[in-house]
Design a protein around this ligand. Structure first.
Ligand SMILES: Nc1ncnc2c1ncn2[C@@H]1O[C@H](COP(=O)(O)OP(=O)(O)OP(=O)(O)O)[C@@H](O)[C@H]1O
Length: 248
């Protein structure tokens, strides 16, 4: 579904992503974990070309994004939703308008906009909040609106950048359940960046461990934890799991 081939990115001459090749399988919930500054968010933003790679190619759903012009890229991005740690809602628009704006920008047929926006709000359980403003919502509700907006254009892929990091554990679990539901019921492939192993373990089928802009290891996740394929990766994952436990 997503294929990165030898992708590199530097900021002001400092390499942040170093020749990464990575595949995200269709239908998976694929976690990306690593220490602060490892390059997780940058890697995610390279998947929809919010960051332009200095080298390498990014393919999504069989389309080489790096070869597209800006109009073609705008079109391709309709099938790639994204949510963020701080929700990124528009403060002076209502809940309904926050979702509808994604449809308007994508030139969704005008007659169907209302129906589609309400469908998405219904999916996240917020249809009765349509006239409220973001400031009137809890953090979890704001993230649900952001999810509804990300779903509006029927994406094949949902990129999630620390979607639960601003939320309390209970709300965090609710949002993760919504994401698992989107994956299972709508068949959307999800990439989930988090620094918390507990978050990754709760819904991901696979995890990539990032260290200093390189892929340390990609591991399949089994219900009781992580199936490490080598001792060093196992050690690293155990360390992350201990850190996660301390956070909890
Ligand atoms: N737009 C930018 N301009 C300059 N430097 C940047 C930019 N974006 C990221 N960086 C730098 O790239 C490095 C990796 O950042 P990134 O946000 O990808 O890491 P991360 O693993 O997601 O970290 P965290 O868990 O703290 O969010 C950091 O040193 C960061 O300061």
């Amino acid at each position: 579904m997503i294929s990165l081939h030898k992708v590199s990115k530097s900021f002001t001459g400092v390499p942040v992503i170093q020749s990464i090749s990575l595949s995200i399988a269709r239908g998976y919930i694929h976690g990306i974990i690593g220490a602060s500054g490892a390059g997780k968010s940058t890697l995610l933003r390279l998947m929809n070309l919010l960051e332009t790679p200095d080298a390498g190619t990014v393919e999504v759903n069989g389309q080489n994004l790096t070869a597209l012009n800006s109009k073609q890229l705008r079109e391709a991005r309709k099938s790639i939703g994204m949510i963020f740690q701080h929700f990124n809602l528009i403060a002076n628009k209502t809940v309904y308008e926050n979702v509808a704006v994604a449809l308007e920008l994508a030139k969704y047929p005008k007659d169907n906009c209302r129906k589609r926006a309400m469908e998405c709000l219904q999916f996240v359980g917020l249809e009765s909040f349509q006239a409220k403003y973001p400031a009137q919502l809890s953090g979890g509700q704001k993230q649900r609106v952001a999810i509804a907006r990300a779903l509006a254009n029927h994406p094949h892929v949902l990129l999630c950048d620390e979607p639960t990091s601003s939320l309390d554990p209970h709300t965090s679990a609710e949002i993760l359940t919504v994401l698992a539901d989107i994956n299972q019921r709508l068949g959307v492939t999800i990439v989930l960046v988090s620094h918390e192993m507990e978050v990754i373990k709760s819904i991901c089928n696979r995890v990539t461990v990032l260290t200093e802009g390189t892929v340390h290891e990609t591991l399949d996740i089994v219900p009781k934890g992580i199936q490490a394929t080598d001792r060093s990766a196992n050690h690293f994952v155990q360390q992350l799991m201990r850190d996660g436990d301390q956070d909890a």
